[in-house]
Design a protein around this ligand. Structure first.
Ligand code: ADP
Ligand code: MG
Length: 386
């Protein structure tokens, strides 16, 4: 029974994959912390595409629930392996695509680890941000005989629905206007939605490391140990690429947003007041706006609600159309985290699978049925002629 449910789940998932194109969801499970190895885990089983978690049924008995993704990365998967899987996405930025990569999950589940790396950075520990940029430098260098590339970056933070510039020392205290896509022709800002924020040309991985250090320093100005702002704001490293074809003179533009989202944990409203409550409400609003946008793109809905949050407005050019989206969904393995793990997986499921799976697949099977009926009646007509 259970094996068949897994099979069914996977089959449905593959059908959905064919339909939904440019949106991918990867699940990454953090290892236990050192010394925690015997702790009870909420994860029952993992394979390349499926994660099964322990839940409880109503009568208190143990139960299981499976979730399927484009990929599941277990706790021993390295930073290099994670990156090698998404490398083609990065490469497409140099071909003129817009790409969005998100890290989603509760605080402590490994978002920053995936995007930036561990606090004590080593070569192997380097996260997606560094690897992506160094790959862009590498490929643009390989192509330098035919295309001349300019690569520059912005580092922004969205905190309480306000956009701030992490690359300017006083930028974290200023508010930056956001230019919307539908105004882009008027302003001719080349896809740069926050033209007032610093845009810094980069050509070496060391440039990027320096900038990210500045960004992290500016961000931490606003937080104390007890008040870790990084988990309650979204940070976005945006890479703008402009390439000029050396023979034709044609210009192509691509961009990549690398987003370390605010912690997705639900905050108990009875326990927080004032600023903390306001932050929680803003996070909640923007993460659900992001979920709404991605799921309406995935289901090819005619209306995509970009305007419901600053986050989705900022990323509008890079969500939908020809743009490519990758969401890393992070899971903490501890049993205590089960409640948040379930809500994280449900969010992922909403943007990736079931809802749209049911809608699309049903519609298609209706079409198939209709086509079969048409074929049958044509065959009958043919038979009558003979
Ligand atoms: P978040 O940004 O979601 O709050 P972090 O990335 O800071 O979480 O991760 C919490 C801790 O777990 C950090 O010490 C981090 O280095 C560690 N960690 C997270 N993911 C992994 C991983 N895949 N392998 C090893 N350590 C990890
Ligand atoms: Mg973090």
């Amino acid at each position: 029974g259970y094996q068949r449910v897994l099979e069914e789940n996977r089959k449905l998932y593959n059908q959905v994959q064919d339909l939904k194109g440019n949106i991918r969801v990867y699940c990454r499970v953090r290892p236990f912390k050192p010394g925690q190895s015997n702790t009870l885990s909420s994860v029952d089983h993992m394979d390349e595409r499926t994660i099964t978690i322990l839940t409880h049924s109503k009568n208190g008995k143990e139960a299981r629930k499976a979730f399927t993704f484009n990929k599941v990365f277990g706790p021993s998967v390295t930073q290099a392996e994670v990156f090698s899987d998404m490398q083609p996405l990065v490469q497409s930025v140099l071909d003129g695509y817009n790409v969005c990569i998100f890290a989603y999950g509760q605080t402590g589940s490994g978002k920053t680890h995936t995007m930036t790396g561990p606090k004590e950075l080593t070569e192997e520990g380097l996260g997606v941000n560094y690897r992506a940029l160094s790959d862009l430098f590498h490929i643009s260098n390989q192509r330098k005989e035919t295309i001349s590339y300019d690569i520059s970056v912005q580092m922004l933070e969205i905190y309480n629905e306000q956009v701030r510039d992490l690359l300017s020392a006083d930028g974290v205290n200023k508010r930056y206007p956001l230019y919307q896509t539908n105004k882009s022709c008027l302003f001719s800002h080349n896809g740069i939605n926050v033209p007032d924020a610093n845009l810094v040309p980069v050509s070496l991985t060391s440039d990027v490391i320096n900038l990210m250090n500045i960004g992290h320093k500016n961000r931490s100005v606003c937080s104390t140990a007890l008040n870790d702002r990084s988990s309650r704001s979204h940070s976005c490293l945006t890479v703008h690429v402009q390439g000029r074809d050396l023979t034709s003179g044609n210009i192509l533009r691509g961009s990549m947003h690398l987003v370390d989202l605010a912690g997705s944990e639900r905050v108990d409203k009875s326990e927080v007041v004032g600023n903390r409550l306001k932050e929680a409400q803003h996070i909640n609003k923007s993460l659900s706006a992001l979920g709404d946008v991605i799921s309406s793109l995935a289901s090819r809905s005619s209306h995509v609600p970009y305007r419901n949050s600053k986050l989705t407005q900022l990323l509008q050019d890079s969500l939908g159309g020809q743009a490519k989206t990758l969401m890393f969904v992070h899971i903490a393995p501890e049993y205590e985290a089960l409640g948040e793990t379930i809500s994280t997986l449900k969010f992922a499921e909403r943007v990736a699978t079931v809802e749209l799976g049911a809608a699309k697949v049903n519609k298609d099977s209706g079409e198939v049925k209709e086509l079969k009926e048409q074929i049958a009646s044509l065959k009958a007509a043919l038979a009558r002629k003979e």
